[in-house]
Ligand binder design. Structure first.
Ligand code: GLA
Length: 370
């Protein structure tokens, strides 16, 4: 068992005085390319990270315990705490017509919280897999992901797309996951960074995503307007030629989405050829598009991408929603320390928050540990 899974198991035993019936865990994610495309029916290419949230679960009295917050909540009422995620998942599974009884659970994790690495999808996915196994529901992974998204949208009240839940439930170790967010089909694309001599570095700019939710919803609304101006259901259906019929904000937002979808497909081809020069070029182009057309970058994210490029990163870009949060870079092994040091110096010099750095390997999606 992984360390997080052991911690969840111990927390369960200490709190509830017996062994859990089962233990499940699910990872956070970074998105390699395909940003702000999921809610437009487009393509995304995330990979799971080797940071997880584990849940030890059993039938019981509806108590939820978090080892990380050291607090107990009841499955009952929504209260805007971490417990809304497992509550929401139980609610969504019930809404889908599956009969589940009252359970209890203990959680422990090491996904950085509030950084844009999808700790919320991780706790949702772990809970969903645990409930599915506990009650023998036999719900498939893709359906569980859709139920987790429903929990996030309708119960927690965050209007996110399907990417994070798909990544957490369906990614495989050593691979990225290409998701067609219109058909909801997904396929693994091998991502052997070690073989390519590359490290996946994540820079957490530690910028609070204060206005993120309004910004995110504004971007969604602009995309919906652009789609309706063009007479298509979703921007996924728009082409480069269509862009001539848009102007102003709608043009910029749509141009990002149309070009980003094309970049994802090119990036998948590049990965299949293990062509990381091309893959990296597409990452930089994605960042420029997010910065100039989608306007979701920040000075910190731009600074990291610039410094990464100066230090020989094959590619770098903001990852996730933007407005703060994290950026990623593919850096030749052995050169990561130079980059992180240069970045720390530059951030201090510009009066930015001190960034945090992580190095991740493409990890496995949600799993039952016992
Ligand atoms: C957040 C959302 C995802 C996706 C990204 C942007 O991470 O949760 O659904 O929309 O932003 O690509």
């Amino acid at each position: 068992m992984r360390e997080t899974e052991q911690r969840a198991t111990r927390a369960y035993m200490e709190n509830f005085g017996e062994e859990p019936d089962l233990v499940a865990s699910a990872p956070g994610r970074v998105n390699l390319i395909g940003e702000h495309t999921d809610y437009n029916g487009g393509f995304v290419l995330p990979c799971a990270i080797d940071r997880r949230i584990a849940v030890a679960a059993g039938t019981g009295d509806g108590e939820l315990y978090s080892a990380d917050f050291d607090e107990t909540r009841s499955i009952g009422e929504k209260d805007s705490s971490w417990a809304d995620y497992p509550r929401g998942v139980a609610w969504a599974i019930g809404e889908a017509g599956h009969g589940i009884g009252v359970f209890r659970a203990a959680f422990a994790g090491d996904v950085p919280l509030g950084s844009g690495l999808s700790s919320s999808a991780a706790i949702e996915a772990a809970t969903a897999l645990a409930i599915d196994a506990l009650y023998g529901l036999g719900i498939g992974r893709t359906d569980l992901a859709v139920l987790c998204q429903r929990a996030e949208n309708e119960f927690v009240g965050v209007n996110s797309g399907i990417m994070d839940q798909y990544a957490s439930l369906l990614c495989e170790a050593g691979a990225a996951l290409l998701v067609d967010c219109r058909s909801l089909e997904a396929q693994s694309v091998p991502l052997d960074l070690e073989d390519a001599g590359l490290s996946l570095i994540v820079c957490d700019t530690r910028v609070e995503r204060g206005l993120a939710d309004t910004g995110y919803n504004d971007r969604r609304a602009a995309c919906e307007h652009a789609a309706s101006t063009l007479g298509v259901k979703e921007l996924r259906e728009a082409t480069e030629e269509d862009l001539h019929r848009l102007y102003g904000e709608e043009l910029k937002r749509a141009r990002h989405v149309v070009s980003e979808n094309a970049r994802v497909m090119e990036a998948v081809e590049a990965l299949k050829d293990a062509d990381f020069d091309e893959f990296g070029r597409l990452m930089y182009a994605s960042h420029v598009s997010l910065r100039d057309d989608y306007e979701v970058s920040t000075p910190e994210l731009d600074a990291f991408v610039e410094i990464a490029e100066e230090h020989g990163a094959r590619g770098a870009r903001l990852t996730g929603a933007g407005f703060g949060g994290c950026a990623i870079a593919l850096v030749p092994e052995g050169e990561t320390a130079d980059l992180t040091k240069a970045c720390e110096r530059a951030f201090a010099g510009r009066g930015f928050e001190e960034p945090a750095f992580y190095e991740f390997v493409p990890a496995a999606g949600a799993e039952l540990a016992r």
